[in-house]
Design a protein around this ligand. Structure first.
Ligand code: HEM
Length: 152
C-alpha cells in the first residue's frame, strides 16, 4: 500500500516538474527576446508577471508539496536523498526569489520606474534561470537514479 502511494506521488511529482519545466523554458524565451528587440521589454514584463502568479507559483508549490510527501514516505532517507532534496530545494528557492523579482519588476513598471532599473531586474531574472537550471539538473539526475532503483 505504502509502495503504491509512493509510486502515485512520484508520478504526480514528475508531472508537476514537467509542467514547471515547460513553463520555465517558455519564460526563458520571452525574457531573452527583448534583449534583441528592446521595444518588447514592457510586454515581457507584463506577460511574465501574470504567468508567474497564475501558472508558475501554483506549480512550484505543487512540486514542494509532492517532494515533501515523498520524503515522508521514503524510508530510509539516505545522505544521497538529502543531497537530492538540497539540489531541488535550492532550485525551488531560486525560483521563488525569481518570482518575487518578477512581481516587483511588474509593479515598478506600472508605477513608471526608470528603464535602467527594469533592465537590471531582467538580468537578475536571467541569472536565476541559469543557476536554477544547474541545481534542477542535479536534482533531476539523482531523482531519476532513485526512480530506476525503485522500478528495479
Ligand atoms: C528542481 C526540483 C526538483 C527536481 C528536478 C526533482 C526531480 C525528481 C525526480 C526525477 C524524482 C524521481 C521520481 C520517480 O521516482 O519517478 C524525484 C523524486 C523525489 N523527490 Fe524530487 N525533484 C525536485 C524537487 C524536490 C523537492 C523540493 C523535494 C523535497 C522537498 C523533493 C523530494 C523528492 C523525494 C523525497 C523523491 C523520492 C526519492 C525516492 O523515490 O527514493 N524533490 N524528484
Amino acid at each position: 500500500m505504502e509502495n503504491q502511494a509512493h509510486n502515485v506521488l512520484a508520478m504526480v511529482h514528475l508531472i508537476m516538474l514537467s509542467m514547471w519545466g515547460g513553463v520555465v523554458a517558455t519564460e526563458a524565451v520571452i525574457e531573452i527576446y527583448p534583449f534583441r528587440r528592446r521595444e518588447l521589454h514592457a510586454a515581457t514584463i507584463r506577460f511574465h508577471y501574470w504567468i508567474d502568479l497564475l501558472v508558475e507559483l501554483p506549480l512550484v508549490l505543487a512540486v514542494i508539496a509532492t517532494g515533501i510527501a515523498l520524503l515522508c514516505l521514503t524510508d530510509p532517507v539516505t545522505p544521497l536523498h538529502l543531497v537530492k532534496v538540497g539540489f531541488g530545494g535550492v532550485a525551488v528557492a531560486i525560483n521563488l526569489f525569481c518570482i518575487v523579482v518578477v512581481v516587483k519588476r511588474g509593479r515598478r513598471l506600472e508605477r513608471g520606474a526608470d528603464d535602467g532599473s527594469l533592465w537590471r531586474s531582467s538580468r537578475t531574472v536571467l541569472a536565476c534561470f541559469a543557476i536554477g537550471l544547474l541545481c534542477a539538473g542535479g536534482a533531476a539526475t539523482l531523482g531519476f537514479r532513485f526512480a530506476l532503483e525503485r522500478l528495479g
